[in-house]
Design a protein around this ligand. Structure first.
Ligand SMILES: [Zn+2]
Length: 206
């Protein structure tokens, strides 16, 4: 298929998103309200930030303590960090937290839960049923959360679009796979990405 055909497919797909797929779009990270008092960093709206991410504040405190290697405490609704930490770092840590502890590793849905299975913490997705052991920060720093043109991925088709094309969710993107059937897990080659949507072609498993 030529480039313009992929563009046309994307145009069409963007106009016809179903509600079920739209509801699984990525969570927007709430803007942290940060102030500094001497050498201390305070996130004034921490309680509402963590509530929007739907996780136990203790999990975030443990994560951030490990990442920054400093004392952190909660004084609801504020989070107190015993060091001056710039806004960009805090935003980046929130983004990493979202990728590790909130969004499903397969479909990107934020409708997930952290469960203890044996000695392992598992992120379980209520949208697609996927279960994965929690990642480490070093794992997500390797572009694990993005999608690249020209690379292959394994995705599950969970819906059929209005033109009969298969649709699945992966890493927060909607993937359009012409010719794929509902419920099928397929290896696909990503041909073109635009915003949160990608067109992919089925490839043979090797
Ligand atoms: Zn999922």
């Amino acid at each position: 298929m030529g480039e313009d055909i992929y563009s046309k497919l994307l145009d069409k797909a963007e106009g016809t998103f179903s509600k079920s797929i739209r509801s699984q779009r990525r969570l927007k990270i709430p803007e942290p309200d940060i102030i500094y008092e001497g050498k201390v960093t305070i996130i004034r709206n921490f309680a509402s930030v963590i509530e929007m991410l739907n996780r136990d504040p203790k999990i975030f405190i443990k994560f951030l303590t490990r990442e920054l290697g400093i004392g952190i405490s909660m004084d609801p609704p504020r989070l107190i960090i015993n060091k001056k930490v710039d806004q960009e770092t805090i935003r980046k840590k929130l983004e990493q937290f979202l990728q590790i502890y909130v969004e499903c590793y397969e479909c990107g849905s934020p409708d997930t839960e952290i469960k203890r299975v044996g000695r392992v913490d598992v992120l379980e997705c209520k949208a697609c049923g996927a279960q994965h052991a929690l990642k480490m920060t070093k794992d997500i720093n390797q572009n694990e959360s993005t999608l690249e043109e020209g690379r292959t991925y394994s995705i599950t088709v969970n819906e059929i679009g209005p033109s009969g094309e298969g649709r699945g969710n992966f890493r927060g993107f909607t993937i359009i796979v012409p010719g794929a059937k509902k419920g099928e897990t397929v290896k696909v080659l990503v041909k073109k990405i635009r915003k949160g949507t990608a067109i992919a072609e089925k490839v043979k498993e090797d």
